[in-house]
Design a protein around this ligand. Sequence first.
Ligand SMILES: NC(=O)c1ccc[n+]([C@@H]2O[C@H](COP(=O)([O-])OP(=O)(O)OC[C@H]3O[C@@H](n4cnc5c(N)ncnc54)[C@H](OP(=O)(O)O)[C@@H]3O)[C@@H](O)[C@H]2O)c1
Length: 216
Amino acid sequence: MKENILIFGGNSFLAKAFNEKYKDVYAIQNVYRNDQSQQLNFDFESDDTERITAELKDNYKAVLFFQGLTPSVGAKDISAEHFLRMLKINLVTPALLIKGLAGKLSPGALVLFISSVAKKKGSFDPAYGSAKAGLTGLMHSLANAYPQLRFNIVSLGLVENSPVFNNMTEGFRQKHAGRMFNNEFIKAEDVVNVVAELVNNQSINRTDIEVDGGYN
Ligand SMILES: NC(=O)c1ccc[n+]([C@@H]2O[C@H](COP(=O)([O-])OP(=O)(O)OC[C@H]3O[C@@H](n4cnc5c(N)ncnc54)[C@H](OP(=O)(O)O)[C@@H]3O)[C@@H](O)[C@H]2O)c1
């Protein structure tokens, strides 16, 4: 029987890449923000974590958090509303979901957060950079509280053909490429291969794997 994997942000570019490659290997349950054609919907801005955790199955081998907000508000325009929204979607709601889901995860299950090169280089959107850097503290804190689970982060450079990539000017793209190996963007397939390794590799815990072409 196929093992269960739970994905939040089911319509994200990277979740779709993971689904495409591993749909025959795992029983993947996707949760969407608000897609009425789908069975499971949950908005990370809501406070309804108990409702969605009750709807989910159990015995998950992994929970993959692919939800996210694109950087959009520069330092000079920052508002409390935007900052809090970014923190809620990246940090607060994932923490509450793990509280509700911990009993539904198999021993050794992977909880995966996706961070960004912005955690070390900064972002034009301080809320985004802060939220992505905050994932490190969240990972270690949850790992202390749930020692039967494995918590890991994958931190990404600019992923080719993703929405954030498509919305960038060519000049900005080249700025990213110029600081990564071979002047190349990150390939979605390389990201999902690392995620799949983390799902299975029981020796990897509390790491932050940088899939960013050595961005410097
Ligand atoms: N792509 C990159 O270059 C890159 C680089 C570094 C880090 N990352 C991180 O990697 C992750 C996936 O990236 P991606 O490019 O695949 O993302 P994406 O295609 O932009 O998708 C983001 C997803 O988050 C969902 N979402 C947004 N707000 C939500 C909310 N309030 N509740 C529930 N879901 C919500 C969106 O739902 P809808 O479909 O309903 O809009 C969308 O499916 C994100 O955390 C991103 O920050 C990406």
